[in-house]
Design a protein around this ligand. Sequence first.
Ligand code: TRP
Length: 382
Amino acid sequence: MADFEEEMVVTPWKVAGKIDYEKLIKQFGVEPLTDELLRRLEKFTGRLHLQLRRKIFFSHRDLDWILTLYERGEKFVLYTGRGPSGPVHIGHIVPWIFTKHLQEAFDAKLYFQMTDDEKFLIHDDFTLQKAVSLTYDNALDVVAVGFNPEKTRIISDVRHIESLYHLALRVSRHITYSTIKAVFGIGESDNIGLSFFPAVQAAPAFLESVLAGKPVPCLIPAAIDQDPYWRVTRDVAPKIGFYKPAQIHSRFLPGLGKGGKMSASQPETCIFLTDPPEVAEKKVMNAFTGGRPTAEEQRKLGGLPEICPVHQYLFFLFEEDDEKMRRLWEDCKGGRILCWECKEILAAKVKKFLAEHQRKRSKAEKTVKKYFLSKAITPFKA
Ligand code: TRP
């Protein structure tokens, strides 16, 4: 588990240390989501979504530009994705829930990429079959989030490469090996598949343009660790006749242990969407908190909600009410509430959420096929 003392590392393949989001904004050269921009968004979305009010989505590129086009009647397409390396956990669906909100607010089409190829290339012990079957398993969670079936297309890179390859080729011709080495830290002993892969992840940003036969703006909601992909994609886009895709970036949901983002490699600190609700409840009740060693000390000194994952879970997802959230923070600080009480509040909400999600997930088994790309998108006539 990443410790708070460890140095901050944020790449598409590794996130560690205490994350300083202000610093990331500077390092990555992205723009903070200003209050002014949020007010502009609010005109289209109605009351700001929890994830915007609380700055869980905190930075962007060209969001202002995409809104200007929208105001002039030019609609954009959404693009997000998932690397299917195991079961989906609660941290993964935070940006999906927000993407669904955007889909509804802007009546937008969504491409959802499953990078089973990427996971096959990264994990030495993965067969292709395993990667693809995880795509289909994880797609059930995507569908359960409630995307519009008419306007959502899930893409398995391995199964649907015909739609992406022509774009990936055009992109790849404009990216040198030295760029890939510098941006992704790929080394001499990494397999060659990984150096081509960023062109595959770029491709869905341009799919709608191919379909429409003219450039269509694209907005990518994603966690900030995916930013290196968009940097190279944006460099190439105008060279091949497309708009640069815009992005809106989210923070990471921490794990239930001390420090670090939620990670499937730490199953005891990670709530999977397929966890039986009672198992999830136990994980919550065993979570690390910002509490003091004894109740007496906590009453006297107050707790530390700023380092508490239980508090963060309520903040990211489970406590919709801003006023209640504020009171919890102050009651914790003031020593008026103890950790077991917050854990019980969270556990009840997590149990309810999982029961509901799992009901939708099993219904999705019947409908999931409809969401996958069924007809290849290519520029070829014959
Ligand atoms: N590379 C991402 C991952 O490992 C998956 C992904 C593909 C993605 N396309 C995306 C994520 C677009 C966000 C937006 O999780």
